[in-house]
Design a protein around this ligand. Structure first.
Ligand code: COA
Length: 321
């Protein structure tokens, strides 16, 4: 049995923040942000937290798939910005949508999270352990961003995307790759609580995202083409047979660089980062849903998904839609 995406959904907060809006709170401007990143605006939530956005995207994905919440066996939410340490976002989603028969857990592989979730669900389906899964990439990064740091606050946005993945005799995931390089993890961090217990005392850290942008950039432009080539080679599929390369929406320059490296036309690398910024684990399922709703994905199309980010982590998947 193959793991096949049979429905998608997404939820973007209504409140839009433009580059000009950000120029009012930090020393930046539209020209700097759009020329270095391609980002023009992002959505920032003023109401729903991570679980709320996830549940709305999930309901849409279930409707699009045409199956009931009680038919879902497993829910995985990929996020680095959960609402609580416990309960998990996935348990909160289960409760909100009424997926009473599902077991649930969250997964943190930062911006590669959706690929890690797909890889995990693929394994469960191949093992015959489940039939239907709901995977969600969801972030409210606005609660982890230092709004006085122009180096990071211009990059990120909030949102959620979801996909229903079901066991299918044809099509679906052909091959997946996931990887990590923990030794380079400190180039993109967001500290949690410091060690401040009955045995040890550390100075309390601020829990904001911090990043060595150039190191992350170098990592992405090297690792992403590698993992795309690897997944296609493993599936015996030439790059030319792939209709779309749907990559994590971090930065336009990273995507163009990957396209150039692979000698593939930019047109095959769809983008929506201009409107949403970097939504980490949510960016791939949001873009997938946009394309699905517009009818741009046809049965039998070969599609590569690729994520990269904090950890450092990366992942790719080749699927037949
Ligand atoms: N507006 C205006 N100036 C800014 C700015 C902003 N928002 N952010 C930084 N600058 C300034 C810096 O202070 C620095 O000024 P200085 O030369 O006077 O010190 C200058 O711009 C260059 O900063 P630098 O950090 O070297 O810029 P860069 O060319 O590396 O671009 C990124 C920064 C973040 C856009 C780029 O490194 C990048 O895209 N990295 C990948 C990040 C990413 O995608 N991460 C997520 C991956 S999942």
């Amino acid at each position: 049995m193959n793991a096949r995406i049979i429905g998608t959904g997404s939820c973007m907060p209504e409140h839009v923040v433009t580059n000009d809006d950000l120029a009012k709170i930090v020393d930046t401007n539209d020209e700097w942000i759009s020329s270095r990143t391609g980002i023009r605006k992002r959505c920032i939530t003023d109401k729903d937290n991570t679980a709320g956005l996830s549940a709305k995207a999930s309901k849409m994905a279930l409707e699009n798939a045409g199956i009931g919440a009680e038919e879902i066996d497993l829910i995985i939410v990929a996020t680095l910005s959960p609402d609580y340490y416990v309960p998990s976002v996935s348990c909160m989603v289960q409760s909100e949508i009424g997926a009473v028969n599902a077991f649930c857990f969250d997964l943190n592989a930062a911006c590669s999270g959706f690929l890690f979730a797909l890889n995990t669900v693929n394994a469960y389906i191949k093992a015959g352990m489940i039939k239907n899964a709901l995977i969600v990439g969801a972030e409210v990064l606005s609660k982890l961003v230092d709004w006085t740091d122009r180096g990071t606050c211009v990059l990120f946005g909030d949102g959620a995307g979801a996909a229903v993945v079901s066991a299918s005799e044809e099509g679906g995931v052909c091959q997946t790759i996931v990887g990590a390089e923990g030794a380079k993890g400190m180039v993109l961090t967001c500290p949690g609580r410091s060690l401040d217990n009955m045995c040890a005392k550390e100075e309390r850290q601020k829990g904001y995202i911090s990043m060595d942008g150039q190191e992350v950039f170098k990592f992405a432009v090297k690792r992403v083409p590698q993992c795309i080539c690897e997944v296609c080679e493993k599936a015996n599929t030439p790059l030319e047979d792939v209709k779309y390369f749907i990559l994590h929406q971090a930065n336009e320059r990273i995507l163009f660089s990957v396209a150039k490296h692979l000698k593939i036309d930019n047109q095959k690398f769809p983008m929506d980062l201009h409107n949403y910024g970097n939504t980490s684990a949510a960016s791939i399922p949001i873009l997938l849903d946009e394309m699905n709703q517009k009818g741009e994905l046809c049965r039998g199309d070969k599609i590569v998904l690729a994520g990269f980010g904090g950890g450092l982590t990366w992942g790719s998947a080749l699927l037949e839609w």
